[in-house]
Design a protein around this ligand. Structure first.
Ligand code: AMP
Length: 374
């Protein structure tokens, strides 16, 4: 029977999963995938393992691969989970207090239910390793930086997948200066030079940069001081405001969901969308400056893949950089959406973090075959 792998992508409020099987020709393909909403990782996992029609996959399972948000300064690539690795990941909890716990709960739940089954951890920070010192820097005193405070970047599995997919679709463009816009409920931009990350809009945490569903993105740090000192808010209240009540939801007072905001005729919903686009265009230009120019802009994730309107408005705000869309191609959803004579190309490429995870798991576990074309 052919081998199987299970990819688990445990977020703060959902568990995405994908089963992969190795075909006779060695290629790995997804045989089932889905997402379970809610907040109880152990119960989610029980649901995934009890899914009808999956018992053959489970019997053939050679390993489970997990998305782990934070690999800290130490993990620069995917690793097999050992007791030592698990202990190191525990030490990183303070760096990602909302996202790391469900990731680790998934690892622990598999350890309990399937002891001895190999597990692999893939990190959202790993793709950004190797930045220039000036890019990693947070301009605070040395004693504070010594506590591990620096810029890391996230969404790395998505950006790595897009870098590879763009290389397959347009190798000459992928060898140049590219900004990838991962626009989903969480959102960040990555500057790629020759397929490698050189900067991103995220920093020390997933709060920086773009306006997101419930997170504000870049914010004057004086505002956070003000919340503590003048409004007397507790750190739990400030955390809740910054991670769960701001961004599109905070501006609109209506929803964190871009679809709902685009469909609404309320002025506050329109303002939320306008701010999202304003910030995305501003950050795109900022990364184009880091790259010393721009050859292509790639849209991905829920909003980037599905909203022709948001793509057109961001591209419009970036037209001075040399981006001109082909309206028909944009309405169709790509893959290439720029006009033939546009100096800067624009693309829509659906991301696939689970495929990237399985790609890494195959290498770490030495299983052979491939999930992505080289
Ligand atoms: P993700 O986190 O990548 O799943 O993306 C979720 C976001 O994508 C939500 O804000 C959705 O409203 C948004 N989204 C999904 N489909 C569409 C669409 N057709 N138009 C606009 N936004 C969409």
């Amino acid at each position: 029977m052919s081998d199987a792998l299970l990819a688990l992508n445990a977020g703060s409020s959902s568990l995405k999963y994908a089963f992969y099987r190795q075909e006779a020709d060695g290629h790995w393909t997804a045989t089932g995938r889905g997402c379970i909403e809610g907040q109880v990782p152990e119960a989610h996992l029980a649901q995934v393992l009890a899914l009808p029609g999956r018992s053959a996959d489970l019997r053939a399972l050679r390993g489970v691969v997990h998305r782990v948000v934070h690999g800290g300064p130490g993990f620069s690539k995917a690793v097999r989970v050992t007791p030592e690795v698990r202990a190191s990941l525990q030490e990183l909890l303070p760096l990602a207090p909302l996202h790391q716990p469900p990731n680790l709960a998934g690892i622990d739940a598999i350890t309990r239910r399937m002891p001895g089954l190999p597990q692999v951890a893939c990190f959202d920070t790993a793709f950004h390793h190797g930045w220039a010192p000036v890019t990693e820097l947070v301009p605070l005193p040395g004693a504070i930086r010594a506590a591990g405070i620096r810029r890391y970047g996230f969404h790395g599995l998505s950006f790595e997948y897009i870098a590879r997919a763009l290389h397959r679709a347009a190798p000459a463009v992928a060898a140049g200066r590219v900004v990838v816009a991962h626009l989903g409920n969480g959102a960040s931009l990555c500057a790629l030079r020759d397929g490698r990350s050189v900067d991103t809009s995220f920093g020390f945490t997933t709060l920086d940069g773009l306006c997101m569903g419930t997170r504000p993105g870049a914010l004057d740090p004086g505002i956070v001081l003000y919340l503590f000192q003048q409004l007397g808010l507790s750190s739990a209240a400030v955390e809740d405001i910054l991670y769960r009540q701001s961004g599109l939801l905070g501006i609109s007072g209506l929803s964190a969901d871009m679809r709902e905001l685009l469909a609404s005729d309320r002025p506050a919903a329109a303002l939320a969308v306008e701010y999202f686009i304003h910030r995305a265009a501003r950050e795109t230009a900022s990364l184009a400056a880091v790259l010393g120019g721009l050859d292509a802009l790639v849209f991905t994730a829920g909003i980037g893949e599905n909203s022709a309107e948001v793509r057109a408005r961001i591209a419009g705000a970036c037209s001075w950089l040399g981006i001109r869309l082909d309206a028909t191609a944009n309405a169709r959803g790509g893959p290439r959406i720029s006009a033939g004579d546009s100096p800067v190309q624009a693309w829509v490429i659906p991301t696939d973090e689970e495929a990237m995870m399985v790609h890494h798991a195959i290498a770490v576990l030495g299983l052979g075959g491939q999930v992505l074309s080289p």
